[in-house]
Design a protein around this ligand. Structure first.
Ligand SMILES: [Zn+2]
Length: 873
């Protein structure tokens, strides 16, 4: 799209206005761990307060669009709270709207909402929030960000990386797939463009000349944004003098000390009715044309991405909804408001710990090793809190729903579609008295399969065993009670030594280590699945970089060993064990992979369940090699020039081909991309969806016969934070520190699932969500039978309307439900909360600005997010 506002011309006759915005960019942890950077933060903030008090001409300072640095500072300097609050109230210190500056792609939709909710609420408590979205350093920008920002009443955002050369102006309209629009302020040369301003008059004149020649041609109004500050840089104490000198030097222009909101107001005021003439850009920004998007962070230290996905789902889809439901039950019985307050606080604390792992140098993996000791501990704490709230809440519901005097298991389904799926339960056992079946209220019995024995309870020291079963028809966002019974054990079928099958599929392990999958519904046979492909990597935590003379390893030593290790009645497992001999590391000159090899075992457990249309795979890799990238391949057997990958509130279609590289690009473009729980390859008639748990990077490879193969990255092993000798990137992206932890040596587990389907991705995405968010169950023998044997917390009458979370309201005793339309066209559907009378209000993402809504009839645009609040019953 081209600009109809001719850049750099509309201000004719009026004076240029340079608005200098002082800021610092505060990476909370990166090439130093958090506490080391905080020691610097305290000194920086102390000096800033002194400067404000000393120099009335130093008017404003933006604290990097986030509030967590202020929390960190005041923990050490609590006596300065009043001073800080005064500076915020006076509009001199600008804070928020974010809690932290995330990697936009690697955190999920609910983490995004929580980030802005915590940031805005915290900033208000300090005295006021900066009402401009701010993402100055993120490694590209997600398609749905304009919709998320508008959900918080923010109608502008400052961005940098990933904006391509098709964008010719520094201000433009940016739209999300749902049509929500914000004014984008693009910082074409980054947030550190005029980081240090010379005080010497002649040097200043030269700097101003550079600023004018580079920024003015891109400006759409007479105002030009000049960011002043960069990574961890203290405020420039001589700035007010420099601005005074600049105003003597400048011809036809003025310079003033301002803020991002002032710049937005100046642009909007000058454009007036011509605002609509600004060029419109829709969707994500991941171009390498003008700035580094550092795409290799998607696969650096894979365990971070896996942990983030697990923790975010635990809070948003297990603990959050169940705490809300337990609250509704207690309310109906007229007791325990304290428990609700406790759960709200506990979950709020867990979310903050998770958010602290979301910054663009944390979850990305591009920090020094010491940072990941802190990150790992935060994940553990988040999981401990989430599990405690989940378990206690489900137990309350389970005990109310189970019939008295019977041993039962109660399964929780976090998806808003009814499902029959595999589930496990831990049961105390005595030899000869183990249960054999689960039986639902209608009398339908499903066999139990012993999965693990010999566990001991820490409470009574009795043995526990884990049984698996297929829980049938568990209601949407709901529970179902099954009695544990001992009957005649079910017969188990014996498979042949290398094949497992269920109603949908027959899967065979081949001696080359790959899988052959026959879809029994249409007799389609897919071959060569689950092949591992290993290449050298001479890059760093930011960027994959192939050695000039690579050695590719794409098959095991000798024959893979294949064995059927579980034969039902609930689960069939095929184990494929193979050894890959990988070059041990790069040669010292880093031009090729070393001659000496190490043996790495790769063990895949391929699973089918009775009546489930997925092939789940758990792969363990014993990684003994360094400097390499290991991917797993899935030939889809269809020809396509695009992929459909799930992102935050919908699906993004991307081309298969590598984008062209313009001259002087800072990094080479790539065709590997981020994904959420799935990527789909299809030709419209049929396709293959591959679901994953926390594997963030995929690429589509076109085979010689034109068919497409999906590659999912499992490991990318490097030992440098940054290097300056890469072929894919010009220069450093950070300090050149060693990071042996990023080699990820050791044994790691990866989980993914194959979902062959007819039609497009809409036929299969619920199965991908089912894989990513499994049923979970607990056992109880203390039922009261007060509740029905099964029930739904929330029902939605269109599967395309995906429930993002159900949660306790932040500000009162209501319950909040958030849904989004994953489809590419408008959907009409109703949403109903258990026990509510249908009265609901539509609220924004900050849980404010309620308007009456008829929840039984909602129309949502493509990818639109709707948040509903149901009042306390
Ligand atoms: Zn940064």
């Amino acid at each position: 799209m081209t600009a109809r506002v001719p850049a750099g011309k509309r201000h004719n006759g009026s004076s240029r206005r340079f608005i200098v915005v002082s800021h610092t960019h505060w990476d909370r942890e990166w090439y130093l761990p958090f506490e080391a950077f905080r020691a610097r933060l305290v000194r920086m903030m102390d000096a800033l307060i002194d400067l404000f008090e000393r120099d009335a001409g130093f008017k404003h300072f933006a604290l990097d669009g986030q509030t967590v640095p202020l929390d960190d500072y005041l923990e050490i300097r609590p006596e300065r709270r009043e001073t800080i609050e005064r500076l915020v109230r006076d509009g001199r210190l600008l804070i928020g709207p974010n809690y932290m500056l995330p990697d936009e792609f690697l955190i999920g939709g609910e983490a995004w909402v929580r980030n802005l909710m915590v940031g805005i609420r915290s900033a208000r408590q300090y005295g006021g929030v900066m009402s401009v979205g701010y993402s100055p350093d993120a490694f590209g920008h997600i398609a749905h960000l304009p919709a998320i920002l508008r959900g918080f009443g923010l109608d502008s955002v400052a961005i940098w990386r990933g904006v391509g050369s098709d964008v010719k102006v520094s201000e433009f309209r940016w739209a999300a797939p749902d049509g929500s629009e914000v004014l984008a302020l693009h910082m074409p040369y980054g947030y550190g463009f005029m980081a240090q301003v010379p005080e010497d008059r002649e040097a200043l004149a030269r700097t101003l000349g550079t600023v004018r020649s580079l920024l003015e041609p891109l400006a759409t109004t007479s105002s030009v944004l000049v960011p002043n500050g960069t990574d961890h840089l203290p405020a420039h104490s001589g700035l007010s003098g420099v601005i005074a000198t600049a105003n003597e030097i400048l011809e036809g222009a003025t310079m003033e000390h301002g803020t991002y909101p002032q710049f937005v107001a100046a642009v909007r005021e000058e454009l007036g009715d011509r605002y609509e003439e600004l060029p419109l850009h829709t969707g994500e920004f991941r171009s390498s044309d003008r700035s580094n998007v550092l795409p290799g962070v998607l696969s650096a230290r894979t365990w971070l991405k896996q942990s983030y996905a697990v923790c975010e789902d635990l809070l948003a889809r297990y603990a959050g909804p169940l705490a809300a439901w337990a609250h509704l039950l207690r309310s109906a019985n007229g007791n325990s408001p304290e428990r609700t307050a406790e759960d709200r606080r506990l979950l709020g604390h867990a979310w903050k710990l998770l958010l602290q792992n979301g910054p663009h140098d944390s979850v990305t993996g591009c920090s020094v090793d010491a940072v990941y000791d802190d990150v790992g501990l935060r994940f553990q704490k988040c999981e401990q809190i989430g599990e405690a709230v989940y378990f206690e809440s489900l137990r309350e519901i389970a005990e109310a729903a189970a019939p008295p005097g019977e041993a039962c298991t109660v399964a929780w389904n976090p998806l808003n579609v009814s499902r029959s799926d595999f589930c496990t339960v831990r049961v105390p056992v005595r030899e000869g008295e183990e249960p054999t079946h689960v039986v639902d209220e209608s009398g339908f019995a499903a066999p139990l399969q012993l999965v693990e024995r010999g566990l001991k309870s820490p409470v009574d020291r009795r043995e526990r065993a884990v049984f698996g079963f297929v829980a049938n028809d568990v209601p949407p966002l709901g529970y179902k009670v099954f009695r544990l019974e001992r009957r005649e054990p079910a017969e188990t079928a014996r498979g042949d030594a290398a094949t497992i099958e269920n109603e949908y599929f027959r899967v065979t392990g081949e001696t080359d280590g790959t899988l052959t999958l026959e879809d029994r519904r249409d007799s389609r046979v897919m071959r060569g699945l689950n092949r591992f492909l290993d290449v050298g990597d001479r890059g760093d935590e930011y960027t994959y970089d192939p050695p000039p003379e690579d050695r590719v390893v794409d098959r095991p030593d000798g024959r893979a060993s294949v064995a059927v290790t579980e034969t039902g009645p609930a689960r069939w497992t095929l184990e494929v064990r193979q050894t890959y001999s990988l070059p041990a590391r790069l040669t010292p000159d880093r031009r090729e992979r070393a001659e000496d090899e190490v043996e790495c075992e790769i063990l895949s457990r391929v699973r089918l369940y009775a009546g489930v249309a997925r092939v789940d795979i758990e792969t363990e890799v014993d990684n003994r090699a360094e400097d390499h990238r290991l991917r797993v391949l899935f030939p889809a057997g269809v020809a396509t020039d695009h992929s459909d990958a799930e992102q935050h509130f919908g699906v993004v279609r991307r081309p298969v081909a590598v984008p062209p590289e313009p001259p002087n690009a800072p990094e080479s473009p790539v065709a590997y991309y981020p994904q959420k729980t799935f990527t789909d390859l299809g030709d419209g008639e049929r396709g293959l969806m591959v679901a994953n748990r926390g594997l963030a990077e995929y690429e589509v490879i076109t085979e010689d016969d034109g068919t497409a193969t999906l590659a999912v990255t499992l490991l990318r092993c490097v030992s440098w934070l940054s290097r300056d000798d890469l072929s894919m990137r010009r220069g450093h992206a950070g300090p050149g520190f060693e990071t042996p932890g990023a080699q990820m040596t050791g044994r790691w587990t990866f989980e993914y699932s194959l979902i062959p389907h007819e039609g497009g991705w809409r036929e299969a995405f619920s199965e991908a969500h089912a894989f990513a968010r499994p049923l979970r169950a607990l056992r109880t023998s203390r039922g009261s039978g007060l509740l029905p044997r099964q029930g739904s917390l929330l029902t939605v009458d269109a599967p395309e309307l995906v429930v993002s979370t159900v949660k306790l309201a932040e500000d009162d005793d209501g319950v909040v439900a958030r849904v989004y339309n994953i489809a590419d066209e408008a959907i009409e559907a109703g949403v109903a909360l258990s026990g509510a009378n249908g009265r609901a209000s539509r609220i924004d993402l900050n849980e404010e600005n309620a308007v009456e809504a008829d929840a039984s009839r909602l129309t949502l645009r493509r990818n639109e997010i709707a948040t509903l609040k149901f009042p306390h019953p």
